[in-house]
Design a protein around this ligand. Structure first.
Ligand code: UDP
Ligand code: MG
Length: 143
């Protein structure tokens, strides 16, 4: 089956909490293949641009502060229907509402500090993968 791609990010709460390996293992066990990844510390400008769609929301400033508070791990992930499957695997935004066995239920602290990001559409997956990974790093992945 032809693979499709999505962008996941292990967020700073999970990296600092020593949960990165467990989360990557969970994603691999769920059928995702890790195709690109890099530990990065986002600047305020980068986090602000990545979450531009949320600029007018009341949680935006706190979200940018959180996402720049430590290292995070953006990942290009491949499997069939990658966007839909990753959204299902991570669970609801608020871990209190996330289904049992989802990444956020297992590893998130709160609605804000919720362990993982996942693209919400194929169009946004393309944009978000391009935000972190160059054509050269991704060369050959889509053939
Ligand atoms: N967020 C928050 N408070 C809210 C809603 C969202 O702190 O009431 C944060 C949270 O970290 C979330 C991110 O903003 O993951 C982006 O929000 P979105 O609604 O896109 O949720 P997601 O797609 O990550 O489930
Ligand atoms: Mg979202």
């Amino acid at each position: 089956m032809a693979g499709t791609f999505t962008l996941g990010i292990v967020k700073p709460d999970a990296v600092e909490g020593g949960k990165t390996g467990k989360i990557v293992a969970h994603l691999e066990a769920a059928g995702f293949h890790l195709r690109a990844a890099r530990l990065v510390r986002l600047t305020v400008a980068q986090a602000g641009a990545f979450y531009e769609v949320h600029r007018e929301r009341p949680f935006y400033a706190g979200l940018v502060e959180f996402m720049t508070s430590g290292a995070c791990l953006p990942m290009a992930l491949e499997r069939d229907d990658a966007v839909l499957h990753l959204r299902s695997v991570i669970g609801a935004t608020d871990p209190a509402e996330a289904a049992p066995g989802t990444v956020r239920k297992l590893f998130a602290e709160s609605k804000g500090r919720n362990a993982i990001h996942a693209s919400d559409s194929p169009e946004n997956a393309t944009r978000e993968i391009g935000f972190f990974f160059s054509e050269g790093e991704l060369a050959g992945l889509r053939d």
